[in-house]
Ligand binder design. Structure first.
Ligand code: 0O2
Length: 211
């Protein structure tokens, strides 16, 4: 039987599915012209009901204000190879006319105390429904593969410790975040070589008919 949450989340599900196709389309277009894609891969999810309720309680959001006040019920994540790709992606997203950006949060130049780094965009996205257009908020997180590795590990530890990390783990995570930052810096320095190697590799695959 369809319940209240299924109905509430339906436009968010639709938005996530549509946006995954659209954002993956950007990568496909770069591949088509054999240029470096600033997007490595895209994921998306609708926040599980238990997490919505948890966050609403933590942030004092009344349940009848979720649509306006919880910005990441629909969440998209764009992973990039290099830090500079993040800027390129943000520029591409700013130029689009299928949604409007309502907020930008730069946790790259201003990392969070935990060590978290990512660029967040909150967008207002129109979903077409049988009852007309419905505008929903969605959050797009843009990060490098190294930032994503760190955030994924920290997120699972956060779950284990319910956000209250023992001091030694907190310090290790901060050190790991610095190591991820240095990894991004090193990769940026040899970016040209990496891209040349990747281009040569895909030409070889194409010649073998595996492209
Ligand atoms: P999920 O879906 O489990 O990832 P707040 O939640 O108060 O920190 P706010 O206002 O919702 O912040 O917006 P923010 O900080 O732009 O976005 C929150 C989301 O960013 C989180 O979602 C995470 O996905 C990610 N994030 C922010 N800080 C951290 C961090 O320190 N570590 C990790 N791993 N991720 C972080 P949720 O709500 O946690 O949900």
């Amino acid at each position: 039987m369809i319940n209240h949450w299924d109905l509430f989340l339906a436009p968010y599900k639709q938005a996530v599915e549509e946006l995954k196709v659209k954002l993956r389309g950007i990568r496909a277009q770069f591949e088509m012209i054999e240029a470096h894609s600033p997007i490595e891969f895209v994921t998306g999810r609708v926040k599980p009901v238990a997490s919505i309720l948890d966050k609403a309680q933590k942030k004092n959001i009344p349940l009848d204000r979720l649509e306006e006040e919880m910005q990441d019920i629909a969440g998209l994540r764009i992973m990039c190879q290099f830090v500079d790709d993040i800027k390129t992606v943000v520029e591409l997203l700013r130029q689009r006319n299928d949604f409007t950006i309502v907020e930008e949060r730069d946790y790259i130049t201003q990392k969070k105390e935990s060590g978290y780094r990512s660029y967040h965009l909150v967008i207002r996205y129109p979903v077409q429904t049988i009852r007309g257009e419905k505008n929903i908020l969605a959050e797009i997180q843009i990060r490098t593969l190294a930032m994503n590795f760190w955030a994924t590990i920290e997120h699972s530890l956060n779950y284990k410790y319910s956000g209250r990390f023992p001091e030694d783990i907190k310090v290790r995570l901060q050190r790991a975040a610095e190591a991820a930052y240095r990894l991004d810096e090193e990769m940026s320095k040899i970016r040209f070589e990496i891209q040349e190697a990747q281009a040569a590799f895909s030409r070889k695959q194409e010649a073998k008919g595996e492209g």
